[in-house]
Design a protein around this ligand. Structure first.
Ligand SMILES: NC(=O)c1ccc[n+]([C@@H]2O[C@H](COP(=O)([O-])OP(=O)(O)OC[C@H]3O[C@@H](n4cnc5c(N)ncnc54)[C@H](OP(=O)(O)O)[C@@H]3O)[C@@H](O)[C@H]2O)c1
Length: 331
């Protein structure tokens, strides 16, 4: 099988395409023929050696995938060969075959169409994060107003769409028209181009001076301060990520003045620590997906040999919605 391989810490351009033997699943694992692998920020950080853990060389990046089970470990009884699944793994998915812990596999209907299987591989991490953030952490209520930063990106579009499903009024903020159009297509009521418009003034105008109830921030950097100042009385500011690179320093007097809260969001640990609540969230998301109430947005698909281009596009802020790698297409 063919795989993208990381032999040394560095930029995505250091990745190479290689022929490798099929991996062998452990007793509690399954082997999956990968239909689609999502491109996520941690994939680039792992290649750079800047993530929370460093795999041993050589390894393939890629943490989120969909595909078909082609072998099961001796202790796995609830999954069988031929099952279509979504899987999460620390790394390994930028490859034609990948082993995944059976506990990190979500079964899909066996007759799911190929294009739907591809979409399923794109949405668990982003929609899982945004549902957990808005429902469990912000406890957002129907009628409240939500400001989403980076609203055209992976978790951002998911927050826009889930915000609407939870009955919120959604203000989407992003850096260009393509991203704002995508946010509108996923339900945003209002949009702000924060590279051309004053974020704080626009939020004030759109909320009649009251401010928003919830801020969803996967970006950090320079927009964190005006976004926090745009929070209204008893508002919640969701700390989701730092895609801009810089971790904001927050003047905590602003929290006192608004009776507001800073709320951390860590979906990966939520999945590990609160499996029952996560399972309920996943069930909800799969129902919404089946009912076409959510529409994961894949803007670009890459063959396996161009995985580095996909990571470069993500890092260059070019991604609208999700970028996907299709490992069975080599070039
Ligand atoms: N806390 C959690 O549990 C959790 C879960 C999933 C992801 N995350 C984090 O959330 C962040 C976003 O993930 P994502 O998958 O949505 O990524 P994404 O699709 O690339 O979206 C990130 C957005 O950040 C904005 N941005 C601003 N400056 C940027 C820069 N220098 N480089 C790249 N993007 C920049 C871009 O929007 P504009 O161009 O519109 O500004 C971009 O669309 C990442 O930091 C990720 O690690 C956290």
């Amino acid at each position: 099988m063919k795989a993208i391989v990381c032999d040394a810490w560095g930029a995505p351009s250091s990745l190479v395409l290689r022929d490798l033997p099929s991996p062998v699943p452990g007793a509690a694992q399954v082997l999956v023929r990968t239909r689609a692998a999502a491109v996520n920020f941690p994939d680039a950080l792992i290649v750079a050696g800047k993530y929370q853990f460093r795999p041993e060389f050589p390894f393939s990046p890629g943490g989120e995938l969909s595909g078909e089970i082609i072998a099961v470990g001796a202790d796995v009884s609830h999954l069988t060969v031929g099952d279509k699944i979504v899987g999460l793994t620390p790394y390994g998915a930028y490859a034609q075959e990948v082993v995944v812990d059976a506990t990190h596999v979500l079964p899909l209907p066996r007759d799911i169409a190929d294009d739907e299987l591809e979409v399923a591989g794109s949405f668990v991490l982003t929609y899982g994060t945004s549902l957990h953030a808005l429902k469990d952490r912000a406890q957002a209520q129907p009628g409240e107003t939500l400001l989403v930063l980076g609203a055209g990106g992976g978790v951002g579009i998911a927050a826009v769409e889930i915000g609407k499903l939870l009955g919120l009024r959604v203000i989407a903020a992003a850096s260009n028209e393509a991203k704002l159009t995508a946010a509108r297509e996923h339900g945003a009521d209002e949009t702000i181009d924060y590279t051309r418009e004053d974020l704080r003034e626009r939020v004030k105008a759109l909320t009649g001076g009251r401010g928003v109830d919830v801020v969803y921030d996967p970006v950090g950097g320079d927009f964190a301060d005006p976004a926090l100042r745009s929070v209204g009385w008893r508002g919640r500011y969701l700390v989701v990520g730092f895609a801009a690179g810089e971790i904001p320093k927050i003047p905590i007097n602003l929290l006192l003045l608004k009776g507001s809260s800073l709320v951390g969001v860590f979906w990966g640990d939520f999945v590990r620590r609160e499996p029952a609540l996560n399972a309920a969230n996943m069930k909800q998301l799969l129902t919404w997906l089946r009912e076409r109430q959510i529409h994961p947005h894949i803007s670009r698909r890459y063959p396996l040999s161009r995985a580095a281009d996909a990571l470069d596009a993500l890092l260059a802020r070019e991604a609208v919605g999700k970028l996907m790698i299709l490992p069975q297409q080599v070039d």
